[in-house]
Design a protein around this ligand. Sequence first.
Ligand code: LLP
Length: 431
Amino acid sequence: MSSLPGQPPMNLPPFISYHAGDLVMEGVSLKQLAMEHGTPLFVYSRAAMLGALAAYQRGLAGRSHQICYAMKANSTLAILQTLVRAGCGLDIVSGGELERALAAGVEPGKVIFSGVGKTRSEMQRALEVGIGCFNVESRAELDVLDDVARGMGLRAPVSVRVNPNVDARTHPYISTGLKDNKFGIAHEDVLATYRHAAACAGLRVVGIDCHIGSQITQTGPYLDAMDRMLDLVQNIEAAGVRIEHIDFGGGLGIDYHGDEPPQADDLWHQLLKRLDARGYGQRKIYIEPGRSLVGNAGVCLTEVLYCKPGEQKNFLIVDAAMNDLPRPAMYQAYHRIVEVSPRNAAPLTWDVVGPVCESGDWLGRDRALAAQSGDLLAVLSAGAYCMSMASNYNTRGRAAEVLVDGDTATLIRARESAADQLRLESLLPSV
Ligand code: LLP
């Protein structure tokens, strides 16, 4: 618990606190980092990521398991390296993510490949490097994978992604386990799909998987999904197809704004009780957490460019925008915004907005802040689905990134220049 001077206490994410009037991450001053590297700047705490991972590791201790970090949440190489060195495998969803995963030094056998639209060439490359499992999402995909693998004289390790038709009770854009989502194979078609897969010469059935959504803050949907998965495993094995591992996906939420998701170790304590009670306690468990490993480990530092008070609304125009932090515009997501060096002044109510030419370019609405132009703000809980979803809209270069470890800060991604952005384009020949 840390608080601003003269303000009520507030919960800041782990490893972020105020010291002598300035926000620090682990042992590093965020103001210092902004001065050194400019803004907008993403800064991540290594200890926060490893702490989040440790909660899963505690929860699954003594069980045969593999944690595959869903790298779509943040795929910066040094972030991947940090988690891979701590024992994580990776959950990938594209050929690009596969190349990043390999560049970060993951063991290919610890890579699982999710996603509804894998191409033949992505399948080929993944087979070539020997990934651990393809999480297949349709019968059509299964047949193409079978064909590709046979063409290479290989058997592709497969798991079928089940759509358990469970309501994850989260935002509709990030809910994935309901019947009307494009994801997974419907519960009632799963057995037939496994029978088919088991008969394909280019496939080797290794597992079953599901992923019911993201930013889940309750245990109930996980327990429901587990029950449905275990019913299926029972039926599939009764039909003579052995399931080596059960993958329960990712989805555990984080505290953005007073959210109270279960802690990963408590969640798994409860899930393992259910698994044991149903006689599957010895089965290898896979999970694919993304947000819960990195979300609260990151902040985005941004400078206030202009204060624009108005009749209806006051606007703080900052140098970060929807291209850096797309979640508010896309999902009306809430990210807390705090002053890096709070002023001892009465706050006003502001909408914090970026320079992009769209009314949707807002980062926070109706925020009480005492900031003035030139001040630094920190957008909190920005470690997941921010940098990895950042774009070049308005030809804005993507932000730089820094990883903090104790008193040390390392630049892990340089700021993208205009030249970087123009590099792949060509002008037409002169007329
Ligand atoms: N596994 C699969 C198959 C997934 O589709 C996802 C996320 C994960 C694992 C990791 O889920 P997590 O633990 O991070 O919740 N851009 C959205 C989130 C999209 C999530 C997509 N799938 C956001 O910013 O909220």
